[in-house]
Design a protein around this ligand. Structure first.
Ligand code: CO
Length: 371
């Protein structure tokens, strides 16, 4: 059984246990998770229909049939042609599931027009969200998922070490040039695209946590926030280092960097099964507050990472989610001084049976070898 078949079967068990009748996915991360078929959302009707009991059906445009059969082990693939009315075909296929007044869970990101069509063909059913059954499954990563995230993280580690080694050669480059250089190296190291828009925040731009990259030139002594990731087998990495490529940074920056590094280490040390998400956030926040920068730590400590770069569990103040082995999330405290600089240090961790394992091991200090 492939991991995808196993996940679909687990989803089916949950549907049955909850008394739900049908799961309807469309091109999304959920669809890949449950079938192995990866595709961008499009205007044609394409659904994976998983009933609580019995066999699933892929309802796809004719032009996708071969792709869907190759990617998934789903036998029952029903197609419709471009000159047909997909809604009438859908009505016939869905009719076989005998949902009646039952409950249908639709993909959280399904386009409204497709949800409307499902409502039309299932007029007596009630509707909920696919995440009700899939999010609890997706929270704990299986071996295939961990393997992919590990490989993606290793690529990011290697690239950040190589970029750091540019040292004073990076001085004079624009943020955007540095971002393109990072992206080129990610692909060369085996990554498949980006997890998200690469962040190169130099000097005052580092104080904006989600700054992308722009035409500001990296100067000697500038702190530079580097936050980027790549995908392997659809799974992303996410890592941040704050470095100085050449010259001497300010004493204020050095102090803040040491505080953030200590906070990050404290939060990682707080990760263990049974701890709450809020405990991890508190461990980081206490260090930063004690150093007097509490009001400059302006985001949560971390987020779950899986097929989505931001997913459950969220490592947020007061977060009640209980950590379980197999959960993967970022630990990324930061301190942002508007108009001056920002510091963020981020690693992914996976919760183990007795603590956690860091998935990123690249150097966390700010110095570059050639500084
Ligand atoms: Co992150």
């Amino acid at each position: 059984m492939t991991p995808f078949e196993r996940r679909a079967r687990e989803a089916q068990t949950r549907l049955a246990d909850r008394g739900d009748d049908l799961l309807a996915l469309f091109p999304s991360r959920n669809l890949f998770y449950a079938t192995g078929f990866a595709e961008e959302p499009g205007e044609r009707h394409l659904f994976f229909l998983l009933p609580a009991t019995g066999d699933p059906v892929f309802f796809v445009p004719e032009l996708y049939e071969e792709q869907v059969r190759e990617a998934s082990r789903v036998d029952d693939v029903r197609t419709w042609a471009d000159d047909e009315d997909p809604t009438e075909r859908l009505r016939a296929v869905v009719g076989e599931f005998d949902v009646g007044r039952g409950r249908v869970l639709v993909d959280d990101t399904m386009w409204a027009r497709f949800t409307q069509d499902l409502r039309d063909v299932l007029p007596d059913a009630s509707f909920g969200l696919a995440s009700e059954v899939l999010a609890p499954l997706r929270r704990r990563k299986d071996d295939a998922e961990l393997d992919a995230i590990r490989r993606a993280s290793r690529i990011a580690d290697r690239v950040v070490d190589d970029v750091r080694a540019l040292g004073s050669d990076a001085v004079g480059m624009t943020e955007a040039e540095l971002a393109r250089e990072i992206e080129r190296r990610l692909v060369a190291a085996g990554g498949d695209g980006l997890s998200f828009e690469t962040i190169v925040g130099s000097g005052p731009n580092g104080a904006k946590p989600h700054h992308g990259s722009g035409d500001r030139i990296v100067e000697a002594g500038d702190p530079v926030v580097l936050d980027f990731g790549t995908r392997v087998d659809e799974y992303p990495s996410d890592q941040t280092r704050t470095v100085v490529f050449g010259g001497d940074p300010s004493a204020a920056f050095c102090e803040v960097h040491a505080v953030v590094r200590e906070a990050q280490a404290a939060a990682v040390a707080a990760v263990e099964p049974g701890a709450r998400a809020g405990d991890v956030d508190a461990a980081a926040r206490e260090v930063i507050e004690a150093a007097g920068y509490g009001d400059r730590f302006i985001h949560r400590t971390g987020h779950g990472v899986g097929l989505d770069v931001h997913e459950e569990p969220y490592i947020v103040a007061g977060g009640g989610v209980e950590l379980e082995p197999g959960m993967v999330f970022s630990v990324e405290p930061g301190v942002y001084v508007p108009g001056e600089f920002g510091v963020r240090i981020e690693d992914l961790v996976v919760v183990t049976d007795d603590g956690c394992e860091r998935l990123n091991e690249s150097e966390r200090g700010w110095a570059s070898p050639a500084t």
